[in-house]
Design a protein around this ligand. Structure first.
Ligand SMILES: CC(C)(COP(=O)(O)OP(=O)(O)OC[C@H]1O[C@@H](n2cnc3c(N)ncnc32)[C@H](O)[C@@H]1OP(=O)(O)O)[C@@H](O)C(=O)NCCC(=O)NCCS
Length: 163
């Protein structure tokens, strides 16, 4: 049975594990690494995990985990902005072993309830064009496309030049 509960600090290693398993193929840092090689000795997995860890550090009360039979199966992170009243859902991930059974839908519903409770009037979420699964999921849940963005990268010196 699925339950959703707030993040606890002891979830951190499992969240890291899920992040590394989930963002393979759908990460800007991995795209950069494919183009340039490992940047500054920090592989894309560590970069992605650090972004999610920052969500947990900056706004732990807005991070929720999905639990199935005592195992953390996925998570969602949120941020609130009381000035603009725009909520943000920076990260969502479900362990591949637990996919296709509505866990992402449940996590997103929970995140939206939380953002509403915190006074947000809109919720913002992004995905990459290469992420067909998320691009299929978000509109089904009522999110409407408002913009597309292009990310560029440029090496700044000899350290990044390949042999
Ligand atoms: C996106 C993700 C969170 C979905 O998790 P999930 O628990 O399997 O999703 P759900 O079971 O709730 O499915 C919801 C919807 O997702 C879409 N979906 C799920 N798996 C899919 C697949 N393999 N291909 C296409 N769409 C898919 C469908 O639209 C599905 O809707 P349906 O229930 O009407 O079929 C998961 O695939 C994941 O962790 N991906 C990598 C990380 C990521 O992309 N995060 C989101 C961007 S930050």
């Amino acid at each position: 049975m699925l339950s959703i509960r707030p993040f606890r600090p002891e979830d951190a290693p499992r969240i890291r594990e899920i992040t590394v398993a989930c963002f393979d193929g759908v990460s800007i840092d991995q795209n950069i690494e494919r183009l340039l090689g490992v940047v500054a000795d920090l592989p894309w997995q560590a970069r992605k995990a650090a972004q999610v860890e920052e969500d947990c550090r900056v706004h732990p009360e807005g991070v929720f985990v999905a639990v199935v039979a005592n195992d953390v199966a996925g998570y969602v992170t949120t941020r609130v902005n009381p000035s603009t009243r725009t909520g943000w859902i920076p990260h969502l991930a479900v362990d591949p072993r637990f996919r296709g059974r509505g866990i992402a839908r449940a996590l997103l519903a929970h995140a939206q309830d939380y953002l509403r409770e915190r006074g947000m009037v809109t919720a913002k979420i992004e995905t990459l064009e290469q992420n067909a699964t998320a691009a299929s999921l978000f509109p089904k849940l009522g999110f409407r496309e408002v913009a597309r963005q292009i990310h560029y990268i440029k090496p700044l010196g000899p350290e990044m030049e390949k042999e």
